[in-house]
Design a protein around this ligand. Structure first.
Ligand code: PEP
Length: 259
């Protein structure tokens, strides 16, 4: 059985003191669930080191929201995988805000995934279709394109450090989450695709998260779906009680599934 993973994407929120205060407040609540759920916080890069220092003795992991594809050089404003490796365990790649606001291409995302995996980082690769693509019935085509381009050249072995986050663009920050059934269907399709490209075993081991307006109210019904292995949480990860409640629901649904 796959251990669920819940990641909190803070996006561009909190000052450094606010971020540290928030982690100190969240930590005791969250750590109670660490045996059942892998927990990851994705703070803005300016406070990554501080947050990682606070969590050094904690089972809660930290990750970056973005990464460059080169190790060093003239890339103003970027943070390389070599700078993150060794103390920062995870990195989020391909978030829809990176794709749509900052114009990241599938090719750039592929280079980031490859560079991050090469440095031993665990990658959460975000994929998702727009509302227009969804309404045109193109979800499967878009998923196949985003996945095949992003994972071009990634071996089944390296994919042991990969998770996928299915985040329909129309569900992110809108309060309109995908229905559990729809999310499960798309994620099943993603797993079938992974099995064909990597291996059946690797596909079974890979965690596929749902992201898009996850709240304490809808978390349980989402997490009960068999293909959903956790959540990538934006807005609700900025509220300690809401994020803890989502993690608690994830732990509960896993306990129920195990009987
Ligand atoms: C996200 O930013 O990845 C996200 C899913 O945001 P929200 O939970 O606010 O929809």
């Amino acid at each position: 059985m796959r251990k669920p993973l819940v990641a909190g994407n803070w996006k561009m929120h909190f000052t450094v003191p606010e971020g540290i205060q928030f982690v100190n407040r969240l930590r005791p609540d969250l750590e109670r669930y660490a045996r059942a759920v892998d927990l990851v916080l994705l703070p803005p890069s300016i406070m990554l080191w501080e947050v990682a220092s606070v969590l050094r003795t904690s089972p809660i992991r930290v990750g970056a929201q973005n990464v460059a594809w080169e190790d060093r050089g003239a890339f103003t404003g970027e943070i390389s995988p070599a700078m993150l490796a060794g103390w920062c365990e995870y990195v989020l790649v391909g978030h829809s805000e990176r794709r749509h606001i900052f114009g990241e291409s599938d090719e750039q995302i592929q280079r980031k995934v490859t560079a991050a995996l090469r440095h031993g980082l665990r990658v959460i690769l975000a994929v998702g279709e727009t509302l227009e693509e969804n309404e045109a019935g193109r979800t499967e085509e878009v998923m196949t394109r985003q996945l095949s381009r992003a994972l071009d050249g990634v071996t089944a072995d390296a994919a042991g450090r990969l998770s996928i986050a299915y985040e329909p663009v129309w569900a992110i920050g809108t309060g309109r989450a995908a229905t559990p059934g729809l999310a499960n269907e798309v994620m099943g399709m993603i797993r079938t695709w992974l099995a064909g490209v990597l291996s059946a075993g690797r596909a079974q081991e890979t965690r596929i998260l749902y992201g898009g307006s996850v709240t304490p109210e809808n978390a349980r019904s989402l997490m009960e779906e068999p293909e959903i292995d956790g959540a990538l949480v934006g807005g609700a990860s900025l509220k300690a009680d809401q994020f803890s409640a989502i993690v608690a629901s994830t732990a509960d649904s896993m306990a129920a599934a195990q009987g």
